[in-house]
Design a protein around this ligand. Structure first.
Ligand SMILES: CC(C)(COP(=O)(O)OP(=O)(O)OC[C@H]1O[C@@H](n2cnc3c(N)ncnc32)[C@H](O)[C@@H]1OP(=O)(O)O)[C@@H](O)C(=O)NCCC(=O)NCCS
Length: 194
């Protein structure tokens, strides 16, 4: 399976993280029930799952993120600088995307940040961020596939826990992947700008 998917996706130019980390995930660990023949690493048709690559700026990655939140003005230069900074942080930033290779556009993305810790035996904490699927591709299980991937990847990196923030209507979706609200724990934030 790993080699098959890896070959199908070819050699990626300048990926944010080693694609083998993704393609060697154990498929038996995925929790979602997907339509016949589909899986997080084989999302079907002309769709391919892979790490974010530098050239994805030209493939509409920022436009996709704008369906999640305000992205502001980000030039290619600024994107490149940020990409390289993330890449330089070993085993920390795992941005996974789904590309529609027929159209050459990024249609889904999720970010896993593996935060290194001294506590809990100097392990790590997983933070799930920025899950978004292009609105023309929603309802095809792609969101679930990306969620599945990061939960399994968090286990690979021995994270002692994973967390995320979401609106009420998505609590049901995330609970299917093991996330739960913790009584007595509060999510607090302070915004410095939008
Ligand atoms: C949330 C989102 C990523 C889901 O992606 P998707 O590919 O359309 O979802 P899937 O097809 O994998 O469906 C997953 C499940 O979530 C449910 N779901 C999807 N979008 C939902 C929504 N807006 N409200 C409530 N439930 C939703 C589906 O009904 C499905 O449930 P089921 O398995 O019980 O049938 C997508 O709607 C999106 O990008 N939204 C805008 C950005 C956003 O809100 N991101 C989440 C930030 S926390």
């Amino acid at each position: 399976m790993a080699e098959e998917v890896s070959q199908q996706n070819g050699c990626l130019e300048n990926p944010l993280y080693d694609p083998e980390i993704l393609y060697r995930l154990d498929p038996s660990k995925f929790k979602g029930e997907y339509s016949e023949g589909l899986s997080p690493l084989k999302p079907g048709g002309t769709l391919r799952t892979r790490p974010l690559c530098l050239d994805d700026y030209e493939k509409g990655y920022m436009e996709l993120l704008s369906q999640l939140t305000a992205v502001g003005e980000v030039s290619k230069e600024r994107f490149t600088e940020r990409f390289n900074k993330m890449k330089a942080c070993v085993d920390t930033y795992f941005i996974t995307v789904i590309e529609d290779v027929k159209l050459g556009i990024i249609v889904g993305t999720v970010t896993l940040v593996v935060e290194q810790k001294f506590i809990h035996g100097a392990t790590a904490r997983a933070r799930l961020e920025d899950l978004v699927i292009n609105d023309a591709y929603r309802g095809r299980q792609l969101g679930k596939m990306l969620l599945d991937i990061i939960v399994v990847m968090s286990e690979v990196f021995h994270c002692y826990k994973g967390s995320l923030e979401c609106k009420d209507h998505l609590v049901k979706l995330y609970s299917q992947y093991g996330f739960e609200k913790t009584p007595g724990q509060n999510y607090m934030q302070q915004k410095y700008f939008d």
